[in-house]
Design a protein around this ligand. Structure first.
Ligand code: UDP
Ligand code: MG
Length: 337
């Protein structure tokens, strides 16, 4: 039957289900909240989700994924949700937001799933509209930032360029400014969980799995408390993962550049021969040579770097390490690998 097929998708919910065997109740909505050092936010986040969800749906669950926090995030969540449909996962270390989201998705049981940041930047008032779009038949409803006025010009420019490059020559469209804040139907979540990839770039994968999608513009609130974990270094690393996760043009482009340079040097070679025959041996020319050598050296280093980047990804995938490790759950669920 259908629910059995659905159950297969998630190792966590499967065992969880057998634990409470008998009734396989799927809540209407699951909230997946990745949290890394959010002790000052998490209680308020849980409270607000609970309050908002009660108005919108008959049944729901809140899944907090503590991504290896070094503060009291896990304990604070436990305390906050004593009388709420709350499930907690604690990862064994900080695996990064993407993996925390995946852990939450795998554990989720709802007919639809909402991914939400723990810092209350995304106003929950948009949930109603998202659910309306879902009722109209959209499988994915995702939030996009209405503007980026709060960010520095440099960051905005870099993001623009990044998304332009990311989408170059790829057939899955990755909308710029899309957030992780989104509502997804169970079947979309199932496809995401089934993907074999470990080193994930979620924004690319959301687009890659497809389905009928609808964007909802939102205004981001400032962070409730604490500070963002994504500085320039973090974003750069994130960007490189993204760049090498989907598009293959960074690999292919070097063939073209190589061909172009080879063609130019042949023409230049002919020109040098003809020039020598007409004007005799030309002693100056040292600078041309130096420039050519340096230029080619640079190009070669870049292309080797690109190869290395891809190779590193292939290497981590081949090792087949799991994307994350669950250290503790609450209430206790059996985690099966
Ligand atoms: N987060 C996480 N693991 C990390 C970094 C961040 O689970 O390694 C969570 C964090 O707790 C928050 C969300 O991801 O719920 C977004 O992080 P943050 O607010 O720092 O990023 P920003 O909003 O500045 O993009
Ligand atoms: Mg934030």
């Amino acid at each position: 039957p259908e629910w059995k097929k659905l159950m297969k998708i998630s190792r966590l919910s499967e065992t969880d289900e057998t634990l409470f065997s008998g009734h396989h109740v799927r809540p209407e909505l699951s909230f997946v909240v990745p949290a890394f050092n959010e002790e000052s936010n998490i209680a308020e986040t849980i409270r607000r989700i609970n309050q908002e969800a009660r108005k919108l749906v008959g049944s729901f669950e809140i899944i907090i994924v503590d991504d290896g926090s070094s503060d009291q995030t896990f304990q604070k969540s436990k305390d906050a949700g004593a009388d709420m449909p709350l499930r907690l996962l604690r990862l064994s270390r900080n695996f990064g937001k993407e993996q925390a989201i995946m852990a939450g998705l795998e554990a989720s049981k709802g007919m639809a799933v909402v991914i939400l940041d723990a810092d209350l930047q995304e106003p929950l008032c948009h949930l109603r509209v998202m659910l309306q779009h879902r009722a109209e038949g959209y499988d994915v409803v995702y939030a996009v930032r209405a503007h980026r006025n709060d960010e520095t010009v440099l960051k905005r420019l870099l993001t623009r360029i990044f998304y332009k490059l990311l989408n170059l020559g790829s057939d899955a469209d990755i909308p710029a400014d899309a957030r992780d804040f989104r509502l997804m139907d169970r079947k979309v979540v199932q496809e995401l969980c089934n993907l074999p990839e470990r080193n994930r770039f979620m924004k690319g994968l959301y687009g890659w799995v497809g389905f009928r999608s609808k964007a909802v513009p939102i205004e981001l609130e400032p962070r409730n408390a604490g500070k963002s974990s994504f500085g320039l270094g973090g974003l750069l690393k994130h960007g490189l993962t993204g760049m090498t996760s989907l598009p293959s043009w960074p690999l292919r482009i070097w063939t073209l550049i190589g061909l172009g340079i080879a063609a130019l040097s042949i023409i230049y070679g002919f020109w040098v021969v003809i020039k020598t025959m007409i004007f005799g041996v030309d002693v100056p020319g040292w600078s041309t040579l130096a420039v050519a050598v340096l230029f080619l050296g640079g190009i070669q280093l870049i292309s080797i770097g690109v190869l290395g980047e891809y190779l590193a990804r292939v290497f981590t995938e081949v090792k087949g390490l799991p994307g994350f490790i669950v250290a503790e759950t609450h209430p206790r669920m059996q985690v099966q690998r």
